[in-house]
Design a protein around this ligand. Structure first.
Ligand SMILES: C[S@@+](CC[C@H](N)C(=O)[O-])C[C@H]1O[C@@H](n2cnc3c(N)ncnc32)[C@H](O)[C@@H]1O
Length: 257
């Protein structure tokens, strides 16, 4: 990372939330990928309990809900995202079985073995993949599934610039085989692992940010923090463009044994 680019961790959460709340998704992903991950999960029924952790405004949750039976609880730290989530659920007539709640992924409001499926797209990094999958294990019933997407290296070595960037943003990033071993160690049988296509980053994440950025900058003209946040997001998109051969998001699906 060059010296004049801040890490995302240095920005005011309120500002980050506002920037991302106008977007359908707050991280890389797509409806096709959500459905592909879901295709590896069986045994869901009308009375199944599903949690979508770090659900954001619910872009992926609504896709999941339209295909999967059961009751889905979306959990996110930020109340503004949960308000949008619940409005999205109501607009689709899903409010009886898809409910958003404010909460933290390190203190989840579920009993041991209450859940049939734990879902989390692009969010587990907030407490770290290894810690998250280990802590959440007790909440799943035996035979239940976990499906999480996570930033991962594609190669054992990579250019220094991108290595430095990710070490500052998320030191837990690692190669796919290490993440699979972590799943086994945490008590899951790895069921499937697949790399998200590049359009999850471009068409579904960075492209929608272009018009969102314009509106955001108009609203916050002259606000240095807002301008820095936009600069930071642009920088992240440029890095992806340059270094996409070395990293991406990977879906990890496991079954509790
Ligand atoms: C990159 S976004 C992904 C959102 C959504 N799953 C998606 O793919 O569009 C990460 C999400 O994690 C949420 N988050 C961050 N820390 C959290 C925590 N401790 N507990 C719950 N959610 C958290 C953020 O508010 C944000 O919505």
């Amino acid at each position: 990372m060059s010296d004049d680019n801040k890490s995302i961790h240095e920005f005011d959460f309120k500002l980050i939330c506002e920037y991302f709340s106008s977007l359908e998704r707050q991280g890389p992903g797509s409806p096709e990928v959500t459905l592909k991950a879901l295709s590896f999960i069986d045994n869901l029924k009308k009375d199944s309990r599903i949690a979508d952790i770090g659900c954001g405004t619910g872009g992926q949750t609504m896709v999941l809900a339209e295909q999967a039976p059961g009751h889905i609880t979306g959990i996110d730290l930020f109340p503004d995202f949960i308000d949008i989530f619940n409005a999205n659920s109501r607009n689709r007539g899903l409010q009886d079985r898809v409910v958003g709640m404010v909460g933290s992924m390190d203190q989840l409001p579920f009993r041991n073995e209450e859940l049939d499926l734990i879902w989390s797209e692009g969010a587990i990094y907030n407490i770290g993949f290894e810690r998250g999958i280990s802590q959440w294990h007790r909440l799943l019933r035996k035979g239940g599934f976990i499906a999480v997407s996570e930033a991962s290296w594609f190669t054992a070595e990579r250019p220094a610039e991108i290595d430095r960037f990710w070490k500052a943003e998320y030191p837990g990033i690692d190669i796919i085989s290490t993440k699979v071993k972590q799943m086994e160690k945490a008590g899951y049988v790895p069921v499937a692992t697949f790399v998200l296509p590049e359009n999850c980053w471009t068409d579904h994440f960075y492209v929608p940010q272009v018009s969102a950025r314009e509106k955001f900058l108009q609203k916050y003209a002259g606000n240095q923090n807002a301008e820095d946040l936009v600069k930071n997001q642009r920088h992240e998109a440029e890095l992806y463009d340059r270094y996409r051969a070395f990293y991406g998001y990977v879906f990890y699906i496991g079954k509790k044994i």
